[in-house]
Design a protein around this ligand. Structure first.
Ligand SMILES: [Zn+2]
Length: 1106
């Protein structure tokens, strides 16, 4: 324990001077950030009126007194025992003599696999994204008197003088909404006919993969014209008039009133003004016609104007046909009149992106995840660490049940911060350890109340009074605040770390530094594809970039190497050896590690031997004919090695096939798409054996985290192979039909980032709450052996845990509600630490306050994870229905309790939730819940596990991808072109677009794009010459090419995985894949369009209300 340990002689937290800015921020790679001039750490110089006090600073009422924000919108070997075969120098392993491609699949060419990524400007060891690598180490010890941190200085609370952002937001929103007849800016309907092509997804059976990307359609997948399957929702119902209209925010009680007279006319959208919800239920699915007799709200009398445009999706309903001709206008909701994600995102950027988010005030709703903003910690954890579904929670469980709004927090304990923000300080309280409440064991935090002159403190979570330990005593000032308040992170900040004492260590022993073990599949497919050589070449340089702590010159992490097919090969790479030694374990039934000394080594000490090994591995197996692999014994071998070394660590397993060789954990091919939409569909997501669950449990106990890189050419049962990575806090990366040429950059970028990123080991997380609520449910990649502790063998900076809370008592508006997330973990240098995040929330007795302080992006993150777990135990349809029902209840409760009764026929959505329907629809249409024919069972299992660990920003872009018109980009500016909505009708044939969802980047090229643009971007002279086999954009010296490539690089840098770049030409076969991501449109798998779904939700809400 020599790292960053501060001797504690004297006050552990040293002098207040010159403030927190005084510590250096060595960047992750060891480089320092430029010292930005900074005045005193502003937050600590002045009074901070916000926290510990329920009353916000004067003039700023983040959650009270706003106008209503309601928004109307409208291994086999029998062979004996192992014989550690000592080989003086390396020699080839035994081969089974099987003919090469026996169990392997045929070798594909240019195949487009689902959710893969792509290349970039690759620099060895340095990820394409500069940002993540420049971050400082996980924690900074507080070093009084050191250089200033580059935290941008802002005057404390200065921003409170401005009107609350959301008011402005509301105005902007209102200004931005248009109603049907007036929206002359509506894009022309896109040509319907560009033919949807065959799926380019991999086949689901073990059959040879389909031909290269531009190949012929797959049988049965060619779809021409409208999809045969109809969404299970109503087709083109007539809009309730207000969907197109602009009503003032519905009204909290007392604010009822007629719609503003300024209401523009709404030709075409007649309002149901009869105040009766029930009426709408009559013709159930198709409330398809006009609403006879409904007066137009503010629109001139007279015959309805002609339809603004034809609805390509609409199917005349019987009801409609029965209407008299004059009442049969084709009503169509104008997509521009329904809540637009793009508008909401833009408004939030404009309103909240310019000023830092200061966390001093309880219950503040942070800016959206899509807004760039700085965070200044003044007592509550940054939204980068914790986001909540609502920042104002109901005081009683009855209210919570009535609203059906889930109370959940999405927590990313080790989140990476932008360079401008300060990483949590490391506090050392000496041998006695962190100060904690005697009863509930909560850690010292800004919300603890010191009493009796500072001799005791009352716990803000359980109210128990605890003596302040003598070494921690400090006097109080006249306000009752400790005089060292601003000198101690644990008293003044929302997030900080404690150095843990030996009491927090396993077996009361400080941990050893962790180890990384690289385990490489060397079966026929892995060798033949060039993968084995690629991995070995990469490791030679990558090993110099293992995570380091602070200013350490070299990483404390030791490394080990294993190769395998149906037997395992261990390597002795001890520095004293002239050549590496291989030991073969062919008895995989009872795995053990044949060598202890020389298996896990320091990279620098064994550099020559490791380099020699990595040079030899590809040669040794170059002529292998072994196609079968084992899998569980590989994990067991890594686990046993870590056990023997008495350390935690991570296994990097590179695997290619279903493990069918005789061994523990052997699997069968059980893929069966016929189970889709049956009660047995859930089995597709469940592991086929409980063997891996037990193995995962053993791994967690040892702190053995597994990261799995899969390179399948056919089904390999991700649902089962993923169990151990998933339960140990690890990651899965999948590169279907891996081809060296097109996929290596993407894989290498992922590998580099995965090896280098910040990770904690042997982690346990507990969330404590103040009296009245408690954490009841958890979602994410972890293991739980009891109901409160979330255990993760490894936890990296990208992993998120979603926690749901339930009431167990009443809450009070005065005291609010508090959360404290404590993560105990071992750093990459083997230091045991506690990372603490605190968050205070408001509590309300009025439902309206709840609905005004919700965050839909976080709500969707929770709902998606809830649903994705549900498919393990319930039929998918049941899960979908439950989702729809819950959201309808949420919105109906709002409608009933918070909106004006005068607006009966309207669909009224809370301002904070106006995107709930569009986002919910995206979740419902996702591959896990509604797979198209092209989505494989492995894809679904893969995505299901991925989403479960995503943070809010990732789920946001995953479910509602970002679509950018590249041809509208300003080549002279650093900014991105304004995003547009995900609908085909927003695409122009003359433009080029980029769509990204965190896993893929599509570049769509319209058929009428100017030749010059094509030349500039692709370096070819015509549309027809553009190759959609490109996996990167050519590097061309012209402004447009540079701009587009910089956009792509920037987007790559923002995501935790390297996205696969796919070029899609309009009217090309690949376009169907692209269209799958135009989530506002009706999907080929039967998913409803946004408009249809909104109407469906409206109907559901009406039913609940009647
Ligand atoms: Zn307590």
């Amino acid at each position: 324990m020599s790292v960053n340990q501060q001797a504690h002689t004297g006050p552990p937290y040293g002098q207040p001077q010159p403030g927190y800015q005084g510590y250096q921020q060595p960047a992750y790679g060891g480089q320092s950030l430029p010292g930005v001039p900074q005045a005193q750490y502003g937050a600590y110089n002045g009074p901070v009126p916000g926290y510990q006090q329920p009353v916000p600073p004067q003039g700023y009422f983040p959650s009270l007194g706003f106008p209503s924000k309601g928004s109307p919108v409208s291994l086999n070997s029998d062979t004996s025992s192992l014989a550690p075969n000592f080989i003086g120098s390396l020699r080839a392993p035994p081969t089974s003599g099987a003919p090469p491609p026996a169990s392997g699949a045929s070798h594909p060419s240019g195949h487009l696999a689902y959710s893969q990524f792509e290349h970039g400007d690759v620099q060895n060891g340095i990820p394409a994204s500069a940002a993540p690598m420049q971050r400082p180490p996980a924690s900074q010890p507080f070093l009084p008197g050191s250089a200033p941190t580059p935290v941008s200085q802002i005057p404390t609370f200065q921003q409170y003088g401005a009107p609350p952002a959301s008011v402005q937001q509301l105005r902007n929103h209102m200004a931005g909404m248009t109603i049907g007849g007036t929206a002359a800016s509506a894009p022309p309907p896109a040509g319907l006919g560009y033919g949807v092509g065959p799926s380019s997804y991999p086949p689901t059976t073990g059959a040879p993969r389909p031909p290269a990307m531009p190949g012929p359609p797959l049988p049965g997948q060619t779809v021409a014209g409208p999809p045969s399957s109809q969404p299970n929702h109503v087709s083109s119902p007539p809009p309730p008039s207000t969907m197109a209209g602009l009503h003032p925010g519905p009204p909290m009680s007392g604010l009822h009133g007629p719609p503003p007279p300024t209401h523009p006319p709404q030709p075409g959208y007649q309002m149901q003004q009869n105040g009766s919800f029930g009426q709408m239920r009559g013709p159930p699915p198709n409330y398809g016609g006009a609403y006879p007799g409904a007066p137009n709200y503010g629109s001139p009398p007279g015959p309805p104007p002609p339809p603004k445009r034809l609805d390509p999706d609409s199917i005349p309903s019987p009801q409609l046909n029965e209407l008299p001709p004059q009442q049969k206008p084709r009503h169509r909701i104008d997509p521009d009149a329904i809540p637009s994600p793009i508008q909401v995102i833009e408004d939030d950027r404009n309103n909240r992106g310019s000023e830092p988010f200061v966390t001093g005030v309880r219950g503040q709703v942070p800016p959206l995840v899509t807004t760039n903003f700085l965070v200044k910690d003044q007592g509550n954890a940054s939204p980068r660490y914790i986001r909540c579904t609502s920042y104002n929670i109901p005081c009683t469980s009855d209210m919570a049940k009535q609203s059906q709004v889930p109370l959940a927090a999405v927590i990313k304990p080790l989140a990476a911060l932008p360079p401008e923000e300060t990483v949590p300080y490391l506090v050392d309280h000496g041998e006695s350890g962190p100060v904690r409440c005697n009863r509930c064991k909560a850690y010292m935090c800004p919300f603890m109340q010191f009493i009796e002159g500072g001799r005791r403190f009352q716990c803000c979570f359980c109210s128990c009074v605890t003596e302040v330990p003598p070494h921690y005593f400090q006097h109080l000032d006249h306000t009752g605040k400790r005089v060292d308040f601003y000198d101690r992170p644990e008293l003044s900040l929302g997030s900080y770390e404690f150095l843990a004492t030996v009491d927090y260590c396993k077996n009361n022993k400080f941990p050893s530094p962790p180890a990384f073990i690289f385990m490489i599949d060397v079966s026929y497919n892995a060798v033949k594809s060039g993968l084995v050589r690629l991995i070995c070449e990469e490791l030679k340089s990558l090993l110099d970039y293992l995570p380091r702590e602070g200013n350490m010159e070299e990483s404390a992490i030791r490394v080990g190497f294993v190769t395998y097919n149906k037997v395992l090969h261990f390597y002795n790479v001890k520095s004293s050896l002239a050549q590496p030694q291989m030991m073969v374990v062919s008895d995989v039934a009872d795995m053990f590690v044949p060598l202890l000394d020389g298996f896990l080594v320091n990279v620098n000490e064994s550099r020559t031997v490791i380099a020699s090994l990595l040079d030899q591995i590809p040669e040794m197996f170059a002529d292998t004919r072994e196609t079968e692999t084992v899998f569980a014994p590989v994990i067991q071998a890594g686990l046993e090695a870590l056990k023997a070394a008495e350390c935690a660590g991570k296994l990097f397993i590179f695997h290619t096939s279903l493990p069918i060789a005789e061994a523990p954990g052997k699997l069968k091919n059980r893929d069966d798409r016929k189970l889709i939409n049956t009660d047995k569909e859930k089995t597709l997501f469940q592991p086929q054996t409980s063997f891996y669950n037990n193995l995962a449990k053993d791994c967690v106990a040892q702190g053995c985290c597994v990261d799995l890189f899969l390179f399948p050419n056919q089904y390999l049962d991700v649902a089962t192979l993923g169990v151990v990575p998933y339960q140990t806090g690890g990651s899965i990366f999948k590169y279907a039909y891996f081809q060296l040429e097109t996929d290596q950059y993407r894989f290498l970028n992922d590998l580099r980032r995965d090896v280098q990123k910040e990770v904690g080991f042997d982690a346990v997380m507990r969330v404590r709450t103040s009296t009245g609520i408690r954490a009841t449910d958890f979602f994410g990649a972890f293991y739980m052996s009891n109901t409160t502790d979330v255990e993760m063998a490894g936890l990296d900076c990208d992993k998120t845990i979603t926690v749901e809370f339930k009431h167990d008592d009443k809450l009070s508006e005065d005291s609010g509600a508090l959360l404290q997330c404590a993560l105990l973990y071992t750093s990459c240098a083997g230091q045991r630490r506690l990372r603490i995040h605190n968050l205070s929330l408001n509590c309300c007795t009025q439902l309206a306050d709840l609905y005004r302080n919700c965050e839909t992006d976080t709500l969707i993150n929770y709902l998606a994870k809830y649903a994705y777990r549900g498919v393990l135990s319930s039929p998918v349809k049941t899960v979908r229905d439950a989702l729809i029902n819950q959201c309808a209840q949420i919105l109906a409760c709002y409608r009933k309790n918070c909106a004006s009764p005068s607006s009966a026929g309207q669909l009224i959505l809370p301002e904070c939730m106006k995107l709930l329907p569009v986002y919910l629809n995206c979740v419902l249409k996702s591959d896990v819940l509604q797979p198209g024919p092209e989505v494989t069972t492995d894809d679904r299992a893969y995505v299901r596990q991925l989403v479960t660990s995503m943070d809010v920003a990732e789920t946001n872009v995953f479910f509602y991808p970002r679509l950018l018109p590249l041809t509208k980009a300003d080549v002279d500016s650093d900014s991105l072109p304004a995003a547009i909505r995900n609908s085909e009708e927003r695409l122009s044939k003359g433009d080029i677009y980029l769509l990204e969802n965190g896993l893929n980047i599509f570049v769509w090229v319209g058929v009428n794009v100017q030749q010059g643009l094509i030349q500039n971007l692709f370096g070819v002279s015509s549309f027809s010459q553009i190759s959609n086999a490109l996996s990167t954009l050519p590097v061309l010296e012209n402004p447009f090419s540079k701009k587009v490539r910089s956009i792509v690089d920037m987007l790559q840098g923002q995501r935790s995985r390297y996205m696969k770049l796919i070029i899609v030409k309009q009217e090309d076969k690949l376009e169907m894949l692209f269209k799958h991501f135009l989530v506002e449109d009706k999907s080929l798998s039967g998913g409803a369009s946004y408009v249809d779904f909104l109407c469906h939700m409206h109907k559901e809400i009406r039913q609940l209300l009647s």
